[in-house]
Design a protein around this ligand. Sequence first.
Ligand SMILES: Cc1cc2nc3c(=O)[nH]c(=O)nc-3n(C[C@H](O)[C@H](O)[C@H](O)COP(=O)(O)OP(=O)(O)OC[C@H]3O[C@@H](n4cnc5c(N)ncnc54)[C@H](O)[C@@H]3O)c2cc1C
Length: 447
Amino acid sequence: MTLPEKILIVGGGVFGLSTALSLRERHPTLQITVVESAPIPNPHGSSVDTSRIVRADYASAAYSKLANAAIQRWRATAWGAEGRYTQNGLLLVYPENSASAQAYARQSYANVRALEGENVVFLPSKRDVLGVVPAYGEDLDVAGGYVNWGSGWSDAAAGVRFAKQRLDTDGRVQFKRGEVESLLYDSSTAKPKVKGVSLVGGETLHADLVILATGAWTGRLVDMRGKAVATGQAIAYIKISDAEQRELENLPTILNFATGIFIIPPRNNLLKIARHAYGYRNPVTLPVPGANRSSGESMEVSMPDTHAPVPLEGQEAFRDALKQLLPRFVDRPFVTTRLCWYTDTPDSPNGDFIISYHPEYDGLFLATGGSGHGYKFFPVIGDKIVDALEGTLEPELRDMWTWTEPVSTEAATDVIPDGDGSRSGARDSILKDELAKTAKASRTSVL
Ligand SMILES: Cc1cc2nc3c(=O)[nH]c(=O)nc-3n(C[C@H](O)[C@H](O)[C@H](O)COP(=O)(O)OP(=O)(O)OC[C@H]3O[C@@H](n4cnc5c(N)ncnc54)[C@H](O)[C@@H]3O)c2cc1C
């Protein structure tokens, strides 16, 4: 499929920048513009943080293979240079009595063992796990797991900065700062066509093709009910001493598959603990977007609140996890907490991305649905997105990522499926309610 001349990418995170890099590479004569509402790297975007795990450890063979291709680039090209990638290993553990976590670990072990061979070691008992992370101490409450020394982590702000600098080197991709308020439609044809965007403030930008790489904010611009939902995920940081930094900095990342809790080795005396959970929703009422926006219809959808702290519920989950994994830090205060927003895909148990033309509009393509695992694919996802744009994406990925049916709002649900069983927390947490409980608890503790 021939791509049109003028392409507008909305969003300057992993999906948007990676698309721009691949489009520029493959089609040097196209006019490509990236419009982003924040400075890049956007500290509130989900692509930007101190660290993101880079692993091929998936029970799904397709993601495992794609992640392995990305890891080759993190390891051996400029993507991973200058501290952007550290190969410290990933220790995947499961507690007693968690059949689903054990089953995932075994399937994931088989996939990565086939890719990494001797780099991957099965650890059938707690003693074997402790042999890998003695610093975690005898109180470590796990039944077994495996370690993959071929996995690592990336400095996520540095990764985004690197991609942006690459794009800036020759100026072939234009950047525009602005917040897209709505899409512009030509409704004169049977299938309406997107012809550009309107920015907050009234400016319009016209394009032959608009690619939305707007992450957890996508539901403002397109009706994503049932397809994508923004869920707030908890992160907290603990200050540690120089001696603790030295002791922990070269350990593998530990991921408890039963609780979704993970701890990435510290940098700059900050230890990060995070949780892969069902997450907090932040429902807001918005006009239903689309070619019929003027109808006045409204909808309730979850949108990111990037300034809220982690509610008490999340902080307590971290304390419980520390009790299990690193008990000596259990009473150490969190110096900072953050909610980072996943773009979850409720119709897909495997957290499949949405990389697809829109089923109802010509000239509109979506590259989103990161579902908490998109960062690692930064060096390769743009190529897959451009394959999908050109209609040459390999069938397995195409079937996983294509959006075929229009949204049926009556049937739409934003309930996240169980998936691989690694998510924790409540399924129906509303951020506002959890923050109210947090405020009440802090008032009670003062009295
Ligand atoms: C807590 C947490 C932990 C994670 N851990 C991992 C991990 O360990 N490994 C891994 O591989 N992945 C991980 N992920 C997932 C990964 O970070 C995401 O899948 C990926 O970064 C998503 O990229 P994106 O481009 O879709 O979104 P974003 O980075 O959020 O980019 C979207 C951009 O679009 C812009 N935008 C939105 N709306 C508009 C508008 N209307 N106008 C203009 N600009 C707009 C936003 O400002 C934003 O910068 C994690 C995510 C979170 C939240």
